[in-house]
Design a protein around this ligand. Sequence first.
Ligand code: SUG
Length: 415
Amino acid sequence: MLQEINFDGIVGPSHNYAGLSLGNLAATKNAGGTSYPRAAALQGLAKMRGNMTLGLAQGYLLPLPRPNAGWLDEVAADATTDRALVAGAWSASSMWTANAATVSPAPDTQDGRCHLTVANLVTMPHRSHEWPDTHRQLRLAFADSRHFGVHHPVPMCFGDEGAANHMRLAPSHGQPGLEVFVYGRSGGPFPARQHEQASRIVARRHGLDPARMLFVEQAPEAIAAGAFHNDVVAVANEHVLFTHECAFADPAGTYAAIAAKCPGAQVVEVPASAVSLNEAVRSYLFNAQLVTPPSGEMTLVVPGECKESAPVWTWLQAMLAGNGPIRQVKVVDVRQSMANGGGPACLRLRVVADPTTVDPRFLLDEARADAMEALIAQMWPEQIDPADVGSASLAASIHSARTALLDLLGLGELA
Ligand code: SUG
């Protein structure tokens, strides 16, 4: 049976705060701080377990090999002077699997298969070298070509950030849906990472029906406020779009187009008067996972930072007291990832599929979660200080930690 499976990125053992992402305010603010990879990975696993407890299907993607020696060679980095390039080769940024690919589920596509286009992530140097290993991994997880098509990135001249700039609205996950692609226009203080052409190429490749696709411009003020991806200001699930008032360049036009193309869609809009754009970005209210557990009670899985924000928490309580479609709010602690600008929604790639068609080595159950936790507790570095990035001995322990995880999961071919 088709269902939504969340594939979370396991936080890699090289997780560190290098401040590499211009326009990502949390990441630049925490540049140079000490990171805690072990705690980060355990927080991620606890989030996955929490979603399994809700009755949701859970998968994962593995950390990519870091430091990426091939990339360091390519950029001919000098270890003492080119610190940003060295840090780029060490980044654990593939944990944010919302940027791994754009996914069009089978009910939306012409050939009735689920299509995935790996994101090129070209705008940020440290992320631009993720795609070859991500592609390899997705080809393995979704190897069954009767059900899946895994595509190369779109040409590098068009920036593509994957599912972070893509939403889907449908009566239920297994039915045909409206795919909404959100792109940015350059010209603001920060880069617009998703190009319109990239989105259009993905839609054509995936064989979407023009009647059920929409291309929407992200509000330039949202990008300027630090919403470097649309999923920092909006999230959709089934027939519900949960969005900040300032997410889109033309909010009214966007809602009208959604209503026309997806009858029954419901927009839950948070006004700037209740939660300012800055507060939305600070708390990551919209970088929540909006999910439908088997109970049918639509649930918003928010980061702990939302509870600490008076306007956000007040708004959420009022929402629950009303009779809107979102019936539960669940708080999770992903602070280590949040400090690099990655909330609960960044950490997962949604794939609507029948779990029996996915390589089982990428699916989580309690026993596997226990085994992973034990391994991470033993092998992931406890902390990384910025000065450690580049150290040969740390690189060796990061390598053995990842190799041990691959062995545990029987995924040695990803070495
Ligand atoms: O691309 N941060 C990531 C966060 C990605 C969040 N993803 C979504 N919104 N879907 C980024 O900006 C910071 C790494 C550093 O600076 O060391 C980083 O890459």
